[in-house]
Design a protein around this ligand. Sequence first.
Ligand code: NAD
Length: 404
Amino acid sequence: MRVLVLGGDGFCGWPSALHLSRQGHEVVIVDNLSRRNIDNELEVQSLTPIQPLSTRLQVWRELTGKTIGFERLDVVTEYDRLLQTLQAWRPGAVVHFAEQRAAPYSMKSSWHKRYTVNNNLNATNNILSAIVESGLDIHLVHLGTMGVYGYSSVGVELPEGYLRVKMIAADGAEVEQEILYPPNPGSIYHLTKTQDQLFFAFYNKNDDVRITDLHQGIVWGTQTRETCLDERLINRFDYDGDYGTVLNRFLMQAAIDYPLTVHGSGGQTRAFIHIQDTVRCIELAIVNAPAPGDRVKILNQMTETHRLIDLANLVADLTGAEVEHVPNPRREADANDLSVTNAGLLGLGLRPTTLREGLLREVTEVAKRYASRCDRKRIPCVSAWTQRNRSGGAAVAKVGGAGR
Ligand SMILES: NC(=O)c1ccc[n+]([C@@H]2O[C@H](COP(=O)([O-])OP(=O)(O)OC[C@H]3O[C@@H](n4cnc5c(N)ncnc54)[C@H](O)[C@@H]3O)[C@@H](O)[C@H]2O)c1
């Protein structure tokens, strides 16, 4: 199938593009390289030495004989080119990774809040509008987040996107309805993902666009079977306070003898998935598209849930690192329970990579290997959720939810 990968130069997009190409799909990447510009803005580089995109694509061609195309294009500001790309290339599926994806970055300042809202909401609306205007039957696969559900303890297993509710009508009759699970965003970034869901519901209802929304957990790990083939294909590894995801930060901290920084008590429970499983899920979503007329298909793309303190202790046990509790810059519950179903992707054939299998390999093969590239000044999380946190006030035991 022809697959357009929007955001295909990023952490999840690059290994997904390679995986789909290796599986025999024809792949074109669209990216505006904004993530590389954000590296410059934040004055930090990926721990792993990622190559320019043209080098990555040339190496892939040399190694496999397969060509991945590339359009440098901003899906927010260059709508006409996006539409022309769809009309000219006629993909069967578009995978949409092209959003600003870091919660701390989205909370840094009013500029960062406005950038994240403008980029993410207009990206999603432009893609949907362009699919409709193209007149083509294109399946859109979007990367959402588990954070749309929020992280307050609810005492039930989180369903895959929809909730059946009962209401009492004026005449006393019981009325049942299926609704989107109530959104409960914990950052401006998460807020954009909750609003994406409404765009999907609307375009699906109004224009019959076929859509799969993958509510992904926090991705850990770096390499996939394809990015391992040559060092010049290596995936990015963000470790800084804005873009580093929690488990990868712990792994890198352990590799450089830096205490594992746990925000608050560490009682926050989050959902996780290895990058190898991410790329497999994308493929499963593409080949199991919703049928014409189906509602938006929502799948929870995660494989395990863990409390952050348990993860820190696990990494500490494996490596001898110390654990340090630091004030939490986020406004979120200090502890929560989280139980999630991922029956959809398991039913489609996902075989999860477990933390216990892969953790030590990540520390030794990636984090330790590139440890000399780490800038220790960039490790602390300096983006605060509220003015109070910014001025150093206590930041624990709030009710609400956040996390990547
Ligand atoms: N990394 C995670 O742990 C994680 C977890 C849950 C969900 N997700 C979701 O997966 C998606 C990809 O995440 P990632 O970690 O690969 O992020 P990333 O920042 O590494 O990649 C995003 C890519 O999109 C591009 N992009 C952004 N705005 C664009 C625009 N307007 N036009 C064209 N290209 C644009 C960037 O240049 C970048 O290459 C995001 O939507 C994110 O919300 C990621």
